[in-house]
Design a binder for this molecule. Structure first.
Ligand SMILES: *Cc1c(COP(=O)(O)O)cnc(C)c1O
Length: 398
């Protein structure tokens, strides 16, 4: 496009414009075909334009698009019931994005402590290198200065512990602490899985000090890591779970899930949204969960993810510019010794879409219906390009 863009320049966009998507494939405006290994950042978990979801959305579009949340919305009731079936939660609040789901989680945790337990507690312990969203509260929950830069003053009540360090969490607990907020695999922070001992210890600290455990499953949830929710890998039960990205197969929806005891902390008028849980969006989410259940996609993500991590680990073990291959299910990171921005562009030029996670990590988030030969192609392209970059990078001392 030659004309000046009228958008705020909030993104450093890749120089590709997509016009069509189907399954694991995308096509740009010049007719080039791409294999999508990022799924719009863990959003299109059933691939692009999945037929099952499209049908349900079309049916709903013919019936009713929008009514106020002052009325019962049957799709919302049904979706909430499905979400409580697949998680340890008992109640759901629908919103439109991940940041809003976390915002609701923060508000619920504070309100539960202050109004139900009558305790003057508000502080939430989050983690360095975490990512929780871009609203003022959620960017403050995010333990990365670059996300907070220029937005002072930040709201009060967030402190940051070292990830995978429960002693650091314990040190930060005081009479004001109300909750711990945790990603089971830090996504934006570099595809960093939580250590099982650390998670157990944090869960025990929460019980001991009567803190709510909020798990941010916005990127890890909806089957991505090989379970419906990544907390299931760790044998713990959070009090609050936030979900978004993969929940609507590409239509915007977020949800905050909570335990029964928390339900009474949100009564009529305490929290609300105009669009949250709209009939059309919830139809998409119901179809998404039904399809994932019928095809056992969390299990599929686990098997394909294990296979892919093994492929990368074996083929890259002698590559001196690769530090580590890690991940859970189909959420995979390859950490390199150097910044990977140019390398990612080279992978795109070979027709495979991947994305970074922090400066040095290549991140893969394929859809959960992806075919094995497509994963094989992505592995081949990425390993070849990493091999080619080896000699170029050796000359630059980092
Ligand atoms: C993407 C993401 C968010 C923010 O979600 P938005 O829909 O962009 O507001 C929050 N937490 C995690 C872990 C995420 O990956």
């Amino acid at each position: 496009m030659s004309e000046k863009s009228c958008l705020f320049p909030t993104y450093a966009r890749f120089p590709i414009t997509f016009v069509k998507g189907e399954g694991s494939r995308l096509w740009d405006d010049r007719g080039n075909e791409y294999l999508d290994m990022m799924s719009g950042l863990a959003v299109t978990n059933l691939g692009h334009a999945p037929e099952s979801v499209k049908q349900k959305v079309k049916e709903q579009l013919d019936q009713l698009w929008h009514v106020s949340n002052l009325f019962t919305i049957p799709n919302q009731e049904k979706l909430a019931s499905l979400l409580t079936d697949i998680s340890c939660a008992d109640a759901v609040f629908f919103c439109n994005s991940g940041a809003e789901a976390n915002e609701a989680a923060i508000k619920l945790a504070r309100r539960y402590k202050q109004k139900i337990l009558d305790q003057d507690k508000y502080e939430i312990i989050t983690f360095k290198q975490s990512f929780h969203g871009r609203t003022l509260a959620t960017l403050t929950a995010t333990g990365q200065e670059k996300v907070q830069d220029g937005f002072l003053p930040l709201p009060e009540g967030f402190v940051y512990a070292e990830y995978n360090n429960s002693a650091d969490v314990e040190k930060l607990i005081n009479e004001k602490t109300c909750a711990v907020m945790l990603e089971m695999v830090q996504g934006e922070g570099g595809v960093m899985p939580a250590d099982p001992t650390f998670v157990k210890e944090v869960s025990e600290l929460c019980k001991k000090h009567d803190l709510l455990l909020i798990v941010d499953e916005i990127q890890t949830g909806m089957g991505r890591t090989g379970k419906w929710f990544a907390y299931e890998h760790y044998g713990i039960e959070p009090d609050i779970i936030s979900v978004a990205k993969g929940l609507g197969s590409g239509l915007p929806i977020g949800a905050m899930l909570g335990k029964e005891k928390l339900a009474e902390a949100f009564t009529p008028g305490n929290h609300a949204t105009t669009f949250g849980g709209n009939p059309v969006i919830t139809a998409a989410s119901i179809a998404t969960i039904e399809e994932m259940t019928n095809l056992k996609l969390p299990q599929r993500a686990l098997e394909l993810g294990d296979w892919m991590i093994t492929q990368f680990s074996e083929r890259l073990k002698n590559n001196s510019i690769v530090k580590e291959v890690r991940g859970k299910g189909l959420m995979i990171g390859i950490e390199c010794t150097h910044p990977v921005a140019d390398l990612i562009k080279a992978v795109h030029q070979e027709g495979v879409l991947v994305v970074g996670a922090g400066p040095n990590v290549i991140r893969l988030l394929p859809n959960l219906l992806v075919q094995k030969e497509d994963l094989q192609k992505a592995v081949d392209v990425i390993c070849t390009i990493l091999e080619e970059h080896k000699s170029a990078w050796k000359e630059t001392v980092q």
